[in-house]
Design a protein around this ligand. Structure first.
Ligand SMILES: Cc1cc2nc3c(=O)[nH]c(=O)nc-3n(C[C@H](O)[C@H](O)[C@H](O)COP(=O)(O)OP(=O)(O)OC[C@H]3O[C@@H](n4cnc5c(N)ncnc54)[C@H](O)[C@@H]3O)c2cc1C
Length: 382
């Protein structure tokens, strides 16, 4: 396994890390408490050329490997998980369907602005009645003479409601095949299209800086030029993009855990009780040692899945394992980090409490951990 970064990837990592430490650290915690998506930070990342890392230069991106992408995501998440969540949703599920399955005309029109960082990408799969069971989704696309008409609702969609959002790539039922199985298509719906509206920003336990909303489609007409790939191939496209999204959630988890562990370590080195630094107590040392070891194990699984994708090998099982393990590590580490802080960590004004709140969703988003276990078991041959 080769986890070596190219010179360009190392430069992008340095750029992203210093932007995170300087700008994101200064703005994101306050935005989190105000439950506001700090779009200005996403624009800033775009101006640095960091919103198109997985997109080739030909389409306006920087063409990083998955390993390079994971390294950058980890460093953003260690500073602020919400902003990192918006960045990764844009970079993977928000952009990849267009890159992997779009026509050149679609890439030019919609992917280039995403990769160049002037627009934010979103991906609409989940519905009120269809989460893990994606095949039960009810949003319908009806064929009309000059295109398609969409009706339905999507739930919990990230990045679709900001003033930087281009719109959303959305999965809808287009009919059924000869055996009666549903067929699905992917449709680009631009912000401002008649009949397409968004609900208010939803309020979560964490990721309060991420813009997540319900989306509504009421007789939304789109031309054929806004169908991504084959009208019946939409589900496979979405599921393929989700596999990369799982590596991404794993990296987000590793970064979130690393950020919380660093805070706990710094605090343990300066907090004194019983006339000594609490870092000198073996009980605290063991917590930190366990955190560091678990994070390292999760990191290796994550980089391995990324390297496997870069090598052009199947990575479904590896991505699911990385997501499962890393998200569990993140929720365990943030909890122990709060424990190291004692009461000060329980208070919502503390950074470690923010990370504690931000971690839980990692076990839910882009396929719950129960679904990851099903994927792994299926890959094992069950
Ligand atoms: C902050 C946030 C952002 C999101 N962003 C997006 C986005 O941008 N785009 C998008 O499309 N979606 C998005 N989602 C939706 C997310 O992907 C879903 O919440 C997730 O896939 C789970 O679906 P669900 O919430 O409907 O849960 P359900 O599928 O209803 O699951 C409920 C529980 O049942 C369990 N369960 C379900 N089926 C099985 C089974 N067969 N075996 C065992 N257990 C099972 C689940 O694991 C879970 O514990 C987002 C969600 C959140 C919270």
């Amino acid at each position: 396994m080769d986890f070596t970064l190219t010179e360009l990837e190392s430069d992008l990592l340095d750029l992203g890390r210093s932007y995170a430490e300087r700008e994101i650290a200064a703005v994101a915690p306050r935005a989190w408490h105000e439950e506001r998506c700090p779009v200005e930070l996403l624009r800033g990342l775009g101006q640095l050329g960091l919103l198109g890392t997985l997109v080739p230069e030909k389409w306006g991106g920087t063409g990083s490997s998955t390993v390079g992408f994971v390294a950058l995501l980890e460093s953003l998440a260690a500073v602020d998980p919400s902003v990192a969540a918006a960045w990764q949703a844009h970079s993977t599920i928000g952009s990849l369907p267009l890159l992997l399955f779009g026509s050149d005309e679609q890439r030019e029109r919609w992917l280039r602005p995403l990769a160049q960082g002037t627009k934010l990408g979103a991906f609409g799969l989940t519905e009120p009645g269809a989460g893990s069971d994606v095949r039960s989704l009810q949003t319908r696309a009806r064929r009309v003479s000059d295109g398609w008409v969409l009706n339905g609702q999507k739930a919990f969609i990230s990045n679709a409601g900001t003033d930087m959002s281009f719109g959303v790539t959305v999965l809808a039922r287009t009919g059924q095949d000869a055996d009666g199985r549903p067929r699905f298509g992917s449709f680009i719906v631009e912000h401002g299209t008649r009949g397409y509206t968004q609900g208010p920003k939803l309020r979560g336990i964490g990721w309060k800086g991420l813009d997540t909303r319900d989306l509504f489609f009421d007789n939304v007409w789109v031309p054929d030029s806004q169908v991504v790939g084959e009208p019946g191939g939409g589900l496979a496209q979405f599921l393929g993009s989700l596999e990369v999204g799982r590596i991404s959630i794993a990296a987000l988890s590793v970064g979130t855990a690393t950020g919380a562990m660093r805070m706990a370590l710094d605090y343990a080195r300066q907090r004194e009780q019983f006339g000594a630094k609490i870092s000198s107590f073996q009980a605290i040392q063991f917590k930190l040692a366990d955190m560091a070891t678990e994070i390292e194990a999760a990191r290796w699984l994550t980089y391995r899945a990324a390297a496997q994708r870069d090598a052009g090998q199947p990575f479904r099982k590896e991505a699911a394992m990385a997501k499962l393990k890393a998200s569990q590590v993140a929720t365990a580490v943030v909890s122990e980090a709060v424990q190291v802080f004692g009461g000060a960590g329980y208070m919502l004004d503390s950074d470690v409490a923010r990370f504690y709140c931000d971690a839980k969703v990692l076990e839910i988003g882009e396929g719950t951990n129960e679904i990851q276990r099903l994927v792994i078991a299926r890959e094992l041959g069950c």
